[in-house]
Design a binder for this molecule. Sequence first.
Ligand SMILES: Nc1ncnc2c1ncn2[C@@H]1O[C@H](COP(=O)(O)OP(=O)(O)O)[C@@H](O)[C@H]1O
Ligand SMILES: O=C(CO)[C@H](O)[C@H](O)COP(=O)(O)O
Length: 529
Amino acid sequence: MSGGEQEQRNYYLGVDVGTGSVRAALVDQCGVLLAFADQPIMKWEPQFNHHEQSSEDIWAACCIVTKKVVRGIDLNRIRGLGFDATCSLVVLDKQFRPLPVNHEGDPHRNIIMWLDHRAVSQVQRINETKHRVLQYVGGVMSVEMQAPKLLWLKENLRETCWDKAGHFFDLPDFLSWKATGVTARSLCSLVCKWTYSAEKGWDDSFWKMIGLEDFVADNYSKIGNQVLPPGASLGNGLTQEAAKDLGLPAGIAVAASLIDAHAGGLGVIGADVKGHGLACEGQPVTSRLAIICGTSSCHMGISKDPIFVPGVWGPYFSAMVPGFWLNEGGQSVTGRLIDHMVQGHAAFPELQAKATASCQSVYAYLNSHLDLIKKAQSVGFLTVDLHVWPDFHGNRSPLADLTLKGMVTGLKLSQDLDDLAILYLATVQAIAFGTRFIIEAMEAAGHSITTLFLCGGLSKNPLFVQMHADITGMPVVLSQEVESVLVGAAILGACASGDFTSVQQFASCPDCGNRRFPKKLQQRNDDCM
Ligand SMILES: Nc1ncnc2c1ncn2[C@@H]1O[C@H](COP(=O)(O)OP(=O)(O)O)[C@@H](O)[C@H]1O
Ligand SMILES: O=C(CO)[C@H](O)[C@H](O)COP(=O)(O)O
């Protein structure tokens, strides 16, 4: 492209709110990422299994990263803005001010995070109802979804929170409201986490049966009675106030949002794999499984007709790719589990010192250390005597059992760096076996998956990627663009701007070769297992 043509480029902004940080990217009309910034966000764990965040802190981080990525750019070329975020529950009062979700009454902490497991008794009672909406979440509602958390607030914080609340938002919808003043909710959030049906809307009998009839009585105004598809343009775009906060011109198109895993899925599932000899080449997109691996891993498979997979969320209609049903398998802690195992080991200080001295991340150092100690063997054999069961935070899929705990067998008295490296390897392998377990359940129910498309922080770890290829026996495709979740968010902005007629048009645009071609294919290493 010549310099002159380059000036004619349109730009789209994607903002991705993960569990640990907010990221923003400036993306061009070919899906090429031109600028990136990230900013950590605050998290509180006031008691075991209670996880909270602050919507003000998250918005402030969105403003910092957005201002950074547009520095030096002609702002008039920015055509659209899209948000994705974790499916955490944001609570505001009738004047849109934060309300406390904690016994301490701290209104700053007004978000119950997705991984919060406080609502155990509530979800057990919801599951005992056997209500028909449960068919669409794999047969069992997860404690991580919104209905049990809302019931917990009603039963535990009646005066300080529940009675004063005016708005309960999924975090992606909070962000689009904050940017536009429009309280419409994304179909993605409501279908996946709130029991809304794309075809039938809210089911009054469910809310009445579980003791949240309040929502029915006020026509769902607090949880959303205007629902839009992801990528739909909201109101008059960016408000003056939000534009000032974000350092952007007012009026830019803002899209109805996506949950983070769904943005990642949208960013990778349409990749052009021509010429790489993959089984999915020339096959329907339904033969692909997108796995978004960060703090957690989410396994996104789509189908033309609804498929009911016990213990796997969905089927959700049009929640990720319009017109397709989605099943979402998941592992609640993956990146978080690896960090936990490595950082909690007695040899972690030594690892940190050695990694710093060699200018490597601790994971790059551990990966090279495993290569050193494996000698002539394949690395997988290092764990023949050591095994990890990875459900330290319950099992999301396919067992759907929040009471499960983690296990390690084969421990010795040694606490040296070799021991840490092998425990790390066994943890990565256990996570990959969890993925295989999920794929087996999806296939038994009717999915036919041949190829994995990975993105998210953990996809930057070559050992994690190789173990997924080895243990599932499927090739793993990594996108040219590492920050695929942000590409997914920017696709929403492009769609809202009207430059693209649908999210699919951008996600599989024939001119976007740079983004669509795989960067790397990781094939199974047969010697390894
Ligand atoms: N280069 C890397 N090598 C190994 N692990 C990584 C790398 N980058 C990120 N991670 C791991 O990925 C996880 C975070 O992924 P990320 O997508 O940023 O999470 P989230 O979206 O939940 O905030 C962490 O466990 C982190 O240790
Ligand atoms: O349940 C989800 C998606 O449906 C959560 O948003 C997700 O698991 C948290 O994402 P991340 O691990 O990327 O922070």
